[in-house]
Design a protein around this ligand. Sequence first.
Ligand code: GLU
Length: 354
Amino acid sequence: MNASRFVRISACVLVALCAGAAAAQDLPDVIILATGGTIAGAQPKEGDPGYKSGSLSVDSLIAAAPGMDKIARITGEQIASIGSQDMNDAVWFKLARRANELLAAPWVDGIVITHGTDTLEETAYFLDLVIKSDKPVVLVGSMRPATSTSPDGPLNLYNGVAVAADPMAKGLGVLVVSNDDLFAAREIQKTNTTDVQTFVSPNRGQLGEAYYGKAWYFWKPTTVHTTASEFSLDGLETLPRVDIVYAHENADGMMVEAAVAAGAKGIVLAGVGDGNATAAMVDALAAAAAKGIVVVRSTRVGSGIVRRNIELNDDKLGFVAALELNPQKARVLLRLALTKTSDAKKIQGYFDRY
Ligand code: GLU
């Protein structure tokens, strides 16, 4: 090779390397916090029993979703390795505190949290209420294990990283990306045991779409979340006990009394219809409310609004109406509200705004 050709090639290599380095420097920083779930699940053989969620590490999840390094500089951290049916206060506190710590760092642009789908909606709403940042926080899960013939986790993770890296996702509260759809934490609900298309937002609709790394945003949440939320975990180690009781034909007050005996500070009714229950169950709930236990009426129906004083006289019974929140979401808000007050009227105020 003659000298001038060598100089020309070397210059090209240098320019390409510098351009690559500059491009890498321009990429947003996204942290993936892994908690387990089916997205990290391994199954010895498809269809066989013995499938275990939360088996794979965060690094394996990142390796299984090629191309993410083109949209963000990614760092992975393992927070937990559990199936989300085992989600608990200890992991919630660890996750929320670590997320808040990272989000406060100027170099962090967004966070993705991998999570099992069983309780994903509860964790998402909890974080929506205690995260103190407007930077994107996006939960992703999957319905098929990582070892399946056609896992849905890698594309969910890819799209989740793209949304977490997107400045347009700022200020929308905690989001969830699943099967190309984008959801607000408060609105998302799991509706199918095994279908890949399991998540919906029955009352307000999905917030947008995330399709091969490109996101569309249809609307902005109007309820209080993240930076505007009054709730904080500062000084707390756990949250007050709140139990959910399920209404049904011929129900008596036994489950309500059991919750009271177990030390519940609040009870959420997964009521029939518009947050209703048998007279015996309502009597037991009224007795609990009279003792200072906060009773919130939600519904087992799956959509709609449980309003105050329609068939039951909430003013007289001392109850709170959950409005759009399903029982599991109402439980999350009630637990946080109880860290501020046990006054049912003030707690109704939280349900009106959050
Ligand atoms: N039980 C598992 C979990 O929630 C399975 C559901 C899933 O992740 O899709 O972690």
